[in-house]
Design a protein around this ligand. Structure first.
Ligand code: DNO
Length: 408
């Protein structure tokens, strides 16, 4: 059977069309109503319109990624009950339209972070890289976040200063713009590109978390889950929280979905079949002490959606997105754990045995350089990843079947 092969599609503005997806053998589409502002209700007519469009190409709307959680919910601000009520209505509407899997994350202010969106790989492709001292240079010397220097060791500050001094003012500005705007804008980030003073705006958002540590953020997540999970249960929806990327605190902001212990704790906040997890291999591997196959084995019953890709660490400070099979994550071992879980679900009749998988991100190669796509979402690089993962899956499925029914 294998996992349901899916693809993230950004809607009508995506340079990759639904008919392209169909040619690639995609079964399920992963998308969101990106045109609806964060915090507003997703109306049934809009959901139905997009769903019909996807179905007219012979595919299904497999996963919503993401139904974004507004800042007011994460900070526990005065408007949180209104925002949660809207979120519940959107879930009800999605359920009424037959959508059953919804991704969200609980990262304060900003989502994923890379310091170089155009890193040239050893073989000449274009990927994305994270260099910790460059990130510290952004925080301490470019953004000038108050108190930032207290968060790092003197040795790290010295490295960051050297990075900062080697940059031209244009490069400094581009780094800030990439982190705050470019890599967030297309996934409903809080700071949009229109504003010239995006750094000040961003600092104001950070400021709202001045008194919110991990415990309080977890409490705010519990409050959210207590309100939305019962609604998801009624609507027949499984919620799949996405891990933090990178999976540790940044810019003085708490991040609480990064390690096995974190995720188990989040799962305990509101036990329910509708409260699950997105196993994002790329995000989780942005922490060297995360052992992914072991994590997948522990978290298996909660996994509702798979984002598979790999990372490679050049040294303790630097990782880059190295493709799908190649890299430091043992993708063979990981895939095996996941396939065993799928088999277990099938045998026990669990309704969530399709386990949608998408090739997460990809390296730009060949014609990808001529297509305007979002950072991390090229056509050929992702398709290559999907092909590699599918090949691996086919081979491992056969191996697992043989192991379980040995020839007599
Ligand atoms: C970036 C992705 C994120 C992630 C969302 C899930 O490419 O890792 O957009 O899918 O944060 O809510």
């Amino acid at each position: 059977m294998g996992f349901e092969k899916t693809w993230r599609w950004f809607g009508p503005d995506d340079a990759i069309t639904l008919s392209d997806l169909r040619q690639m053998g995609i079964m399920g589409v992963v998308t969101a109503l990106h045109h609806i502002p964060n915090g507003e209700v997703w109306p049934q007519e809009e959901i139905r319109r997009v769903k019909r469009e996807i179905e007219s190409y012979g595919m299904r709307w497999s996963v919503v990624e993401s139904l974004p959680v507004s800042e007011g919910i994460k900070t526990g601000g005065p408007d949180r009950d209104r925002l949660i009520a809207n979120y519940r209505t959107s879930l009800r509407n999605l359920g009424a339209c037959g959508i059953d899997t919804v991704v969200y994350n609980f990262m304060p202010v900003l989502d994923w972070i890379r310091t170089n969106l155009k890193f040239i790989t050893p073989t000449g492709g274009e990927s994305m890289l994270f260099h910790f001292p460059t990130f510290v240079a952004f925080d301490v010397f470019i953004l000038k976040r108050p108190g930032a220097d207290r968060d790092y060791s003197p040795a790290m500050i010295a490295k960051a200063e050297a990075v900062f001094r080697a940059m031209t003012p244009t490069e400094q500005e581009a780094l800030a713009h990439h982190i705050i705007v470019v890599s967030q804008g297309f996934i409903d980030g809080v700071v949009k590109g229109e504003t010239g003073n995006y750094k000040e705006m961003f600092l104001r958002y950070l400021e709202q978390y001045r008194h919110i540590g991990p415990e309080q953020l977890r409490e705010n997540l519990r409050y959210f889950l207590d309100a939305v999970i019962p609604e998801a249960e009624k609507a027949g929806i499984r919620m799949a929280i996405h891990p933090d990327d990178p999976p540790y605190p940044v810019l003085g902001l708490p991040r609480i979905v990064g390690t096995l212990e974190d995720i188990m704790e989040v799962m305990r906040l509101h036990p329910s079949e509708s409260h699950g997890f997105t196993f994002c291999a790329g995000s989780l591997s942005a922490r060297r002490d995360n052992d992914l196959p072991a994590m997948a084995a522990q978290l298996a019953p909660y996994i509702q959606f798979l984002h598979l890709r790999n990372t490679h660490w050049n040294d303790d400070d630097t990782f880059y997105e190295s493709g799908h099979l190649t890299g430091d994550v043992d993708m063979v071992a990981l895939m095996k754990v996941l396939l065993r879980e799928q088999r277990r679900r099938r045998l026990t009749g669990r309704p969530d045995a399709r386990m949608p998988l998408r090739p997460d991100h990809g390296i730009k190669i060949l014609g990808d350089f001529h297509l305007a796509t979002h950072p991390g979402y090229p056509l050929i690089g992702r398709l290559r990843g999907l092909a590699e993962l599918s090949g691996l899956e086919t081979a491992l499925e056969r191996e697992i079947t043989a192991e379980e029914s040995p020839a007599s």
